[in-house]
Write a protein that binds this ligand. Structure first.
Ligand code: FAD
Length: 323
């Protein structure tokens, strides 16, 4: 059954986030040959429309309003409700990002529709669209179908492969002006933490440190390894609680969820709450002094040893490969 699917593209600092392209790929499967329309919200976002078309969108609606320049729950839910009512799609796809996690339950309630959140895979099986999502902090996966006619899902970033970019694809990019009123929150200023390098949530390689790293200084060899691999540094809550690094690096149940191609856990024991944020990584390497550490149970490759010896050696060898 061909469906019209509306995707919410995500823009940060004037740049489209990868999850937008992943959501288009998910929407293509859901559409079963129908139309995929992407809505992007913000101020002067229309110029980003062409890239979305190149990644598979059939049409793009740029929802412009100066009050949408920064995210607020009220502003985005009003704008998304308007665009959903205007487009009248049969399905809605949003990234399971901080933005998506915040706005989608509200939107689902306003639309009076069900929502399947945090989808990591989808397929057509036995004539049904089947959605896979993790449960029990990633210990198990459940498969769900939507019994309602309307499909509403959020997709976990880094799990669904975007379609190949095709610069010859063409499609309409139109602008829709929306009325945004009665905002209960107004963002006056955004102060960013001075972070260097690759964004942890979207990194293809993550080098994470735990309490075994022992100090802020101890993160330096991890940063060097991340630099060689073009990756980002993350951390366990143990390391954050010990004040070795900032909480923005925390991975796990109460931190960020990452699914990189390569995750290297250094001095991390592998508590269930940590695994909830990284066990879906494609390849997991664990470096730990304790051969009984739980992290080895989820690791594809394990190195029993002192991270302060192993990590610099890895960096050195990888540098040689790069020359
Ligand atoms: P530890 O458990 O102390 O492990 C340190 C490891 O380093 C050990 O395995 C040790 O063998 C190894 N080590 C020591 N020295 C070296 C060395 N020189 N070389 C190699 N290895 C070495 N945790 C998270 O990470 N993320 C979360 O989001 C999170 N949310 C939580 C939510 C709740 C409600 C609760 C109760 C807990 C949560 N936790 C979370 C905490 C979690 O339970 C663990 O306490 C935490 O993950 C432990 O961090 P760690 O592995 O760095 O430290």
């Amino acid at each position: 059954m061909a469906r019209k699917v509306l995707v919410v593209g995500e823009v940060r600092d004037g740049v489209l986030r990868n999850v937008s392209f992943e959501a288009i790929a998910a929407a293509k499967t859901i559409s079963e040959g129908g139309e995929v329309v992407v809505a992007i919200l913000g101020e002067n976002v229309q110029t980003l429309g062409e890239e979305l078309i190149h990644y598979g969108a059939d049409r793009v609606v740029a929802v412009e309003n100066e009050k949408l320049a920064t995210y607020t729950t009220d502003g985005y839910s009003q704008a998304l409700l308007t665009v959903t009512q205007e487009e009248n799609p049969e399905a809605l796809v949003i990234g399971h990002t901080a933005l998506g996690k915040d706005v989608s339950p509200k939107l689902a309630a306003k639309l009076d529709k069900g929502l399947i959140s945090d989808v990591t895979a989808l397929e057509v099986a036995g004539g049904n669209l089947v959605f896979t999502r993790p449960i029990y902090s990633g210990k198990a996966f459940e498969k769900k179908i939507m019994t309602d006619d309307f499909i509403f899902i959020t997709i976990r970033p880094n799990n669904i492969t975007p379609l190949e970019k095709d610069v010859n694809r063409t499609g309409d990019v139109t602008s829709l002006s929306v009325d945004v009123k009665d905002l209960r929150t107004v963002v006056k200023e955004v102060l960013r933490k001075a972070t260097q390098g690759v964004d942890l949530s979207e990194a293809k390689v993550v080098i994470a440190g735990g309490r075994g790293v022992k100090s802020t200084e101890g993160f330096k060899p991890l940063q060097e390894l991340a630099d060689v691999l073009g990756g980002a540094v993350g951390a366990s809550r143990g390391a954050c609680d010990a004040d070795y690094c900032d909480y923005s690096l925390q991975i796990g149940q109460t931190g960020k969820v990452v699914t990189p191609d390569l995750y290297i856990a250094c001095g991390i024991s592998g508590a269930i709450q940590h695994l909830a944020g990284m066990s879906n990584s494609k390849v997991i390497v664990a470096i730990n002094k304790d051969p009984e550490a739980n992290i080895f149970k989820v690791a594809d490759y394990g190195i029993v040893g002192d991270l302060f010896e192993v990590v610099p050696l890895l960096t050195e060898e990888l540098k040689k490969l790069k020359v």
